[in-house]
Design a protein around this ligand. Sequence first.
Ligand SMILES: [Fe+2]
Length: 509
Amino acid sequence: MKLDKGTQGPGLVLRRVAMSATAVALSAGAVFGGGLATAAHADSATLTGIVLGVGADETQRVVSWYSSTGTAQVVQVAPTSKVVDGRFPANAVTFPATVTANVVNGGYNAHATIDSLKQNTAYSYRVGAEGNWSPTYSFTTQDFNGNNLDFLFFGDPQIGSSGNVAKDGAGWEDTLNVALAANPKAELLVSGGDQVESANTETQWNAFLASDKLRQYPWAATIGNHDVGGKAYEQHFWTPNTDRSAPYYNGSATTRSGGDYWFRYKNILFIDINSNAYASGSDAAHIAYITDVVNKHGAGAKHTVLIYHHAIYSPASHANDSDNKVRRQDFPTAFSKLGVDLVLQGHDHSYSRSYVIKNGQKANKDEQPGATEVSKGPGGVIYVTANSASGSKYYDLTAPDTTKDPNYGPDPLNPKSHWANSVENQEHVRTYVRVQVRGNKLVVENLRSGTCAAPNSAVELGQESWCGPDSGAGAAQPVGSTVDKVVIHTNEGKAGEDKQAASESDWLQ
Ligand SMILES: [Fe+2]
């Protein structure tokens, strides 16, 4: 067994069970062997919406799901090599779930953290209880110590936003299939937010969660403005290290979702914040949260990746939203001083990749539009905005307009584009972003996962009148082709100094 008993110390058990006060029927910790006396009464539960999530680090995964009953349930895990003819071995490990009554839409939500995973191992898992198991799913861990990591970033699936849930779901499922066929060794699927159009509409959630890829690769959930207005987001996704204090929540905890969270994956620190919270000092609170996480958990991190929904260097419809104008002033200097390397954003349903931005300014005025290699340097940050991954809705690029924001005018080197962005793109085809960490290099690429043909709901439904490169004038490009690619050279020594300096400065005041 790769999951050995020796690593299941009491601290791990306590961490697992220290959950919501409304949790019911927890067993005392990980259970070994097939006899699940404490979880034997869920034989009528209907188990749906199973989704694999990120844990606190690379040795963990979180499984979340919906259950029709509040009975005791578990995740059962074994190395795939030990699962024969679908039968889990007698010494399969079980992790007890926290089962909580749903606030909206009835039923219950459950989650359990799988921990003590070993590297380079294929695991199989199922949820439920003896006599009533879900289908078996699998995931594979990779080298925990390497300097290489591939992860994929997806913008705004927003299932239902075209008005046709089935078509939006088909585009989303196709993007996942295309992306993971091209990148089977991707280790994380990172969300840009707006999983669904209507926060509490379960038919949209069902379509979002339909692909088994979301049970094979961990989803790092991000909350968007379309997810925030209900409880279903929190019911579907349990995230690690989550702080749901008021400044990160921005609304009633009984009717909305929210919170900032972080995790380490190998030598990368990921911080995911709820950008729906922006009024009443929330921007400063987010910066304080990021600062605290970097200072307490950033030691040894080779790169820091920050994720949130509302792109600050928007290329399209949201470029001059009032909250955006404020955040362009509030965030960038802090991110530079904290040594953030890469910021991943959504909300604008168009693609952009910034120049190297330092303290809210272009770091090197000579950096050319579309440069394929850049050196980040100390304090340098690259901001990426993801286009639609599902095809449910696209926004067209907008011209810079200094009457709306004098601080977000045209790029002198490319006046059609906003000054901060090296690349802005919209073709009305589905895309996703691949990030390849290669030691001191970050390779960021925006790749087409669809064409103008179906599934492409916004185009199919006539909501876009053109499709293809150059506003439809260019030759159609195939699935898998590259919209943009940049190799970012980082400077670890200087970045480390920046992180140290951040902890000693009073720039937050
Ligand atoms: Fe959005």
